[in-house]
Ligand binder design. Structure first.
Ligand SMILES: Nc1nc2c(c(=O)[nH]1)N[C@H]1C(S)=C(S)[C@@H](COP(=O)(O)O)O[C@H]1N2
Ligand SMILES: [Mo]
Length: 423
């Protein structure tokens, strides 16, 4: 802990003690629990009067019923139905760097495929010496690895491209999750089949009704792609591709084929054959930006934010958020309270993994005046997260994809937050 952090901690303890002594005044300072006569402290609560449920009451545990507001949400007007749709991770209610399995945003083109793993196969064909078909059991005999990666949809923040639209980071930035994957390096399976000369690209195909296909450069496949069968220690959830998904670290989410059933090895990308096989970024001048596979460094303040206002009034206040980069780790996150006039270095807490979410905090004493909050990520390559205006200057306003611009929340004197843009 740095000196300045230590001082802030000491100040906080002083503040809360002072608040306790102040009695009635304490209520507005957030120490109401210590007021004389507070029934929460003076009276026996129902949960102290009777035994609770036993160990076999929930063989698969669920969060407390008091946390039922922490859930994925979708935006009804965004898509005509829920089959080819998206919902959003409640990032404003999460902490740390790992997304709980039941809260990972979902993006499906044909709904969730409900696969019997005993009847699932992975086929490798195309430019290989020996075409192969694997059962799940076969795959689990290859040496496996555990790695933590974020997955971000290229359309995350896309609705914000022309200006502020959605009031909450769940909706503006919630097409992201960060999980520990257990899987087999894709290169083991490709080695087993034997690559033929000329092999340069892979086509990954899914077993859902969409039979979705995406092209992946062989170089990436041999570098760090995984055939994943577990997330956060348990089998993949059906929503995330049970029993097998392709993990393409740091690259846009649409390449991470779920319910993976076939990998065809070829000599050129399939999107040079049919135009639809990957998202295309439109540039303002009518050109398209084709190879935008990597997700650029990005960050967002998750609290306070429109769905997570400041409710405790002035005094010790915590700003927290997430930062990530498809090109490495996060070296630093800066936070501003005044729309970019003054920047402060945030405190990163938790492990720093390559192509993973990083958690940041900034603790300060809020004077109760309105603020313009922003965060700015700097990754291990030295790349600095740009403003939205800087992005538009380069790419125009026609594209909805790869919007990694700096997000602004306007906080009013009541602590309420609103999605705004300043220039
Ligand atoms: N089979 C299949 N794989 C898929 C998709 C899909 O619809 N079907 N959607 C893709 C897109 S666009 C994204 S952003 C990610 C979303 O992964 P998630 O549902 O685990 O959040 O999966 C990708 N893989
Ligand atoms: Mo996506």
């Amino acid at each position: 802990m740095s000196d300045s952090d230590g001082r802030r901690g000491a100040t906080r303890r002083g503040f809360i003690k002072g608040a306790l002594a102040a009695g009635a005044g304490a209520a507005s300072a957030g120490a109401a629990g210590a007021e004389a006569g507070d029934p929460a402290i003076t009276e026996l609560q129902p949960w102290m009067r009777a035994f609770g449920p036993g160990v076999d009451a929930s063989p698969y545990g669920l969060p407390s019923e008091h946390e039922s507001h922490v859930r994925r949400r979708y935006v009804e007007w965004l898509r005509p139905d829920t089959i080819s749709a998206v919902n959003f991770t409640p990032i404003h209610q999460l902490d740390g760097i790992i997304t709980p399995n039941g809260l990972c945003f979902e993006r499906h083109h044909s709904g969730v495929a409900l696969i019997d793993p005993g009847r699932h196969r992975l086929m490798i064909n195309g430019l290989v010496d020996t075409p192969l078909v694997f059962t799940m059991e076969d795959l689990k005999r290859f040496p496996r690895e555990n790695r933590i990666y974020f997955l971000e949809c290229a359309a995350n923040s896309g609705m914000e491209w022309r200006g502020p639209q959605l009031n909450g980071c769940q909706f503006t930035h919630g097409m992201i999750h960060n999980l520990m994957y257990t899987g087999i390096p894709l290169r083991h399976v490709l080695d087993e089949a034997g690559l033929k000369p000329g092999a340069k690209w892979l086509l990954a195909e899914s077993a859902d009704a969409a039979a979705m296909t995406r092209s992946i450069p062989l170089e990436k496949a041999l570098d760090d792609c995984l055939l994943a069968f577990a997330m956060n220690g348990e089998a993949l959830r059906p929503e995330q591709g049970y029993p097998l998904r392709l993990v393409v670290p740091g690259w846009e989410g649409n390449m991470w084929i779920k319910w993976l059933r076939r990998i065809e090895v070829g000599d050129r990308p399939w999107h040079q054959r049919e135009e639809t096989s990957k998202y295309t970024d439109l540039l303002g001048d009518g050109r398209t930006r084709r190879f935008t596979f990597e997700m650029d460094a990005k960050s967002v303040i998750t609290s306070p934010s429109p769905q997570a206002p400041i409710t405790h009034g002035p005094g010790p206040t915590i700003i927290t958020g997430i930062a990530w980069s498809g090109r490495g780790t996060i070296a630093r996150v800066d936070v501003t309270l005044d729309g970019g006039v003054n920047w402060h270095t945030a405190r990163l807490s938790g492990p720093s993994f390559d192509k993973s979410l990083h958690r940041f905090y900034f603790e300060f004493d809020w004077d109760g005046r309105p603020m313009l909050l922003q965060s700015r990520a700097i990754d291990s390559t030295g790349y600095v997260q740009p403003t939205k205006d800087a992005l538009r200057a380069v790419r125009g306003v026609s594209s909805g994809y790869h919007n990694n611009g700096i997000q602004t929340w306007a906080i009013d004197s009541e602590g309420r937050a609103e999605n705004v843009e300043i220039s």
